[in-house]
Design a protein around this ligand. Structure first.
Ligand code: 5GP
Ligand code: MN
Length: 347
């Protein structure tokens, strides 16, 4: 992989040799790739390098990715949303910070100012476009991989102590990286590269139990998640431009007894309809709606999220927010803004 040069790997290796106290961080609303790549790095640093390492995330908990954090790992995960002081103190006292699965500190919300101010050396490992290179001492960034987990896998393979042998990774690192790649590709459905299969093949050969990952990810849902899915699909709107949208309110969530994180994947469903070119999913949050967009080839979900929802992401999978304001104060206003945005985008 071109992005992983010998010089960068040597520099990363030296940084790890000099480091004492490492903090790994990722984006807010951590998904499987964020939690997976962080857990993968954590176990490698602790078990293979003997480092004092922890993960700091902006959220209150790991939500649906909590299964990646077994009981004995919990002390190594700090959640700024539930204990800001502890996370900030740790960041201040770190001599190495590794940011993964986002292109800059602004995506870490509550953690951002502590991470920016910290005197530590800083490394970025990410697969989004537009890395904020000036904030880091070392950057591994390419969008030609499925996930941050995949990029991290190949960085680890290139390190001298691993020497390309996936069998030398801690067991949990293999499991976590396979999980992160699986969720970001939606189980090999999108953003899959030749290297993605190479990684999967080597991890399976090294003993990673893919069946147990699939069981956790796709066969362990609550009944009401499917019933909420049915409810939303029955109310889905499809515009003349071929954009499907669904809106999830707090009332809906409460009625079905489901957490917002459990609706991951809903946004993909409308793309199975031939005429649908883009899917937009709005979820009510504190003072705003969180927006998820997915598109087929030829339509840029990223540009749509950037232009109308103050967001970003990948070409065909992006997100952002729509804040309540004087103009947008009801669901009806939200629908009007969305319809207008779609109209304008395809004009
Ligand atoms: P999701 O729809 O799964 O929340 O996010 C899909 C993609 O869009 C992810 O790669 C995520 O990093 C990106 N994304 C989601 N929300 C935002 C946002 O508010 N800002 C930016 N820049 N990217 C986002
Ligand atoms: Mn990712």
């Amino acid at each position: 992989m071109e992005e992983i040069t010998k010089a960068k790997v040597q520099q990363f290796d030296s940084m790890l040799r000099e480091a004492r106290c490492v903090t790994i961080a990722a984006h807010v609303n951590a998904d499987g790739d964020a939690v997976g790549s962080c857990s993968g790095m954590l176990h490698y640093l602790c078990e293979n390098r003997g480092l004092d390492a922890v993960v700091a995330l902006p959220d209150r908990d790991a939500g649906v990715s909590s299964f990646l954090i077994p009981e004995e790992d919990r002390p190594f995960f700090l959640f700024h949303g539930s204990n800001p002081e502890e996370a900030e103190r740790r960041i201040e006292g770190s001599d190495l910070i590794i940011l993964q699965d986002c292109n800059g500190f602004s995506r870490t919300e509550g953690l951002a100012s502590a991470l920016e101010k910290a005197p530590a050396k800083k490394v970025l490992i990410d697969h989004h476009v537009g890395p904020e290179t000036e904030s880091f001492d070392l950057v591994f960034s390419t969008s030609e991989v499925s996930s941050a987990s995949e990029l991290l896998f190949f960085i680890l393979m290139a390190l001298p102590d691993i020497g390309g042998d996936a069998g030398k990774l801690p067991q949990m690192t293999g499991l976590a990286l396979m999980t992160g790649m699986t969720t970001d590709t939606n189980n090999f459905a999108n953003s899959v590269y030749p290297t993605t299969f190479d990684m999967a093949s080597r991890l399976i050969a090294a003993g990673v139990d893919r069946d147990s990952i699939l069981g956790q990810l796709y066969f362990s849902y609550k009944e009401n998640r499917l019933r909420l899915m049915g409810f939303l699909l029955s109310k889905m709107t499809i515009t003349p431009e071929g954009v499907a949208y669904m809106i999830l309110t707090r009332r809906n969530l409460a009625h079905f007894g489901i957490s917002e994180g459990e609706t991951e994947g809903f946004v993909n469903l409308p793309l199975s309809i031939k005429e649908v070119r883009m899917s937009v999913f709005l979820k009510q949050d504190n003072g705003c709606f969180r927006v998820s967009t997915r598109s087929k080839k030829g339509v840029s979900a990223r540009k749509f999220a950037e232009r109308y929802f103050n967001g970003g992401g990948h070409e065909n999978a992006a997100g952002g927010r729509l804040y309540f304001s004087d103009e947008i104060s009801s669901i009806r206003d939200v629908v009007a803004y969305l319809e207008q945005s779609i109209n304008d985008f395809f004009a």
